[in-house]
Ligand binder design. Sequence first.
Ligand code: NAD
Length: 495
Amino acid sequence: MNSKCPLYINGQFIETAQKQNIINPSTGKVIVEASLASLKELELALSAARKAFDHGPWPQFSLTERQEFIFRIAQGILDNAGLLAALETQNTGKPIKETTFMDIPSSAKTFEFMANNFIDYLGQEEVNVSSDTKAKLIREPLGVVVLIVPWNYPLLIACWKLASAIAAGNTVILKPSSLTPLTALELAKIIDQAGLPAGVVNVVNASGAKIGELLCADKRVDMISFTGSNETGKQILQYSSKNVKKMIMELGGKSASLIFNDVDLEVAVNSSLASIFLNQGQMCTAMSRIFVQEAIYDNFLSSFAEKASAIKLGLADSFETQMGPLISDAQRKKVIAYIEKAKAEGARIVGGGKIPENAELKNGYFFEPTVLVDVGAHSRIFKEEVFGPVVLIHKFSGLDEAAILANSVDFGLAACVWSKDLFLAQELAGRINAGTVWINTYGMFYNQLPYGGFKQSGFGKELGREGFLEYTRIKNVILDQSAEGKPLVNYWYGF
Ligand code: NAD
């Protein structure tokens, strides 16, 4: 594995004095010491990104030139797919099957897709406003964009943001979570080999509120694209308010899956298991509240609990493993505290709820897939994001109640509807206050489709045309076309 994890600033790999132990959550052991940025490196990154935008060739390149660079990044990811999957698995505890078949290929595809699509929205469009006024609408890159990403999909979310941001001609500072910087730092090597001009992409592993504040408040930054928790999101909004900038906020969720009587029970159970337990439930779109219509509730619950208990926990680097460890001991403690609180509020555990006893797993941060029932709508676990392998299952009677339950939390990220009645399913989708609704499927993210939450789940989009356009701005150039070049304002003071 890579023994050095330097920062990447202005086209240089920089080892810093300050280091952070990077832990393998399957074993609790240190993988490597990664460089951590101090204020000095942060300053270097800010000035490099600004200079590369204001004076460098990147925003000036033709669209085809930029495309070529981005295709090379996509190819570099594919060429290094095995290494990247292994690193992501080691660093996050995500089963190797998930990183190999989902995270890494999807990351490459996003670069390829963004290079091939939407970039022709950049450029000029003429608008004839009136007989004596014409306007040019110029869509251009924004400038310097700070990309702050979480630990649950470290490479994939970084690539969603990076691909759009650089395809649009911006320069960036990417800040991975200091728990999981390894694939972002490896991506820096791929970007360097792709030959991007110095300062276009800077990867800065950093931690702490002080560094966060300096990065997000700095006047040299034009936009912040953040994915993470609501608490951090609110802090970043405060920092950025010191100087005005554009923001994307992709925050937490407490998503609902609504399962109607007419479904194929086996399909609904199997898919619902994936909708909460993939990546150990550490997904922003995890369906952590499953509502099942009354007639099939008992059968659904018993089948779901039985299959959940059969999910194979194991070390994340084995292809046999279906569920790996949580990201850290702190995260596991948080999950346990939520379960204890739920029990005190009347919930019953019908599956899991414990640290597994398997000796092979004793040093990692494993936790059994956990199924709760009898969870009241006012209890904390009904409303708050746990971010772990914990689901609550509840009954509902019909369409109206389903809509109320789905909308009964502060978040509005995603929902699932399961029914053979597509008319009913689409009617319900229309009533759900969430940015993504899946009908009879779950969890597919498409480069073509914008993704982002409503309500406390944030604002702004990633992916799709709207996601690309987020990283651009429109300038409005108005041209006078009046006869003899004498516009109306010319006469205003009567001279
Ligand atoms: P987090 O908020 O703790 O950290 C996210 C990022 O912010 C990390 O890079 C972290 O180092 C950085 N950060 C922390 N404090 C900061 C500060 N004061 N200033 C600047 N940066 C700071 O989130 P997490 O625990 O890494 O990720 C889990 C959260 O992310 C969950 O709430 C989950 O729902 C959310 N998430 C949302 C989406 C989405 O698309 N909506 C996707 C994935 C994860």
